[in-house]
Design a protein. Structure first.
Length: 305
């Protein structure tokens, strides 16, 4: 028995009237495509390691009309392999796991060749994982997690979509006021904060990319947008952080008047020192400046900290 990634493993039922079971082969453990296989079962969605018996056979879906070849681990690890096969209809959209692998590799400033060498796989196979919608086997994820110094759960995105604050609270937490200097230190990391404004449709709280310049908050937006409603009013701006692992966090609140930065030289300086482009995209040529008149913060942590 030999299989490729994407083939179907079919288990025939020995009993009359009992439905057979099938699933997609999502992981190979031998270069020649022989068992065992990681199989994602169609009835449960669960992935298990399977040693097929005499009642099982492989359905090679790549031979069906309209379906192209699905690259196997053997294809990708073969010495001298060329470029990654392109699926029918053009390149596949990168999957979540592939994007996390690529992001972690980029963060570590490692090439595909370096990570592939650490994980014991061909660079072309790593490219296939990063650029396609493949679901690597558990064994492959373990090797990649070790090569990248992270965990399988992290590569799978476990908990990524969960809102912060669902972890266990401390037994005796301590809520502590932050000094102005401590507030400034936490704000100075820049990133994403939230500005509270009044709009024609009512109050709104909008996330914005911000910078700290001379103790003031600066963010880019577009004229006529909801964040632009801050101009000419006193607004509240808030930044917070939750450390789920340590069950602690902090919050800093800035209150003060907002104005448009209109001086060309000041606009140029702000644009030059900006750490990131606005995540919202689009044209964001209007800089808004919030001058703090009140700066408060709170930290929650273990007692005695």
């Amino acid at each position: 028995m030999r299989a490729h990634l994407g083939d179907q493993l079919v288990i025939e039922s020995p009993a009359t009237g009992v439905a057979r079971r099938d699933g997609e082969i999502v992981g190979l453990h031998h270069e020649d495509g022989t068992p065992p296989y990681d199989v994602r079962w169609s009835d449960t969605g669960e992935v298990t390691l399977v040693f097929p018996g005499s009642d099982a056979h492989v359905r090679h879906l790549e031979h069906e009309p309209g379906r192209g070849h699905v690259p196997s681990r053997t294809d990708m690890d073969r010495a001298g392999a060329g470029s990654v096969p392109t699926p029918p209809g053009g390149p596949a959209r990168p999957g979540d796991v592939g994007r996390r692998i690529a992001a972690e590799r980029t963060r570590l400033k490692l090439s595909r060749g370096e990570v592939a060498d650490r994980a014991g796989m061909a660079p072309d196979y790593l490219a296939y994982l990063e650029e396609g919608s493949a679901e690597p086997s558990l064994a492959t994820l373990i090797r990649l997690a070790g090569a990248l110094g992270t965990t399988v759960a992290s590569l799978r995105g476990v908990g990524v979509e969960a809102p912060p604050g669902q972890g266990q609270a401390l037994l005796h937490p301590r809520l502590q006021a932050l000094s102005p200097d401590e507030c400034r230190a936490r704000l100075s990391a820049h990133g994403v904060g939230r500005v509270a404004v009044s709009t024609p449709d009512g109050p709104a709280i909008i996330p914005v990319n911000y910078e700290v310049v001379d103790d003031a908050i600066a963010f880019r937006t577009a004229p006529g947008s909801a964040p632009a409603a801050a101009v000419g009013t006193d607004v509240a701006f808030e930044v917070d952080h939750v450390d789920e692992a340590m069950s602690q966090g902090w919050s800093v609140l800035v209150v003060g008047p907002a104005r448009v930065v209109s001086e060309p030289e000041a606009v140029r300086r702000l644009a030059d020192r900006a750490h990131t482009e606005p995540w919202a995209g689009g044209e964001r040529g209007m800089w808004v400046w919030i001058q703090p008149t009140r700066l408060t913060g709170r930290h929650i942590g273990p007692p005695g900290q």
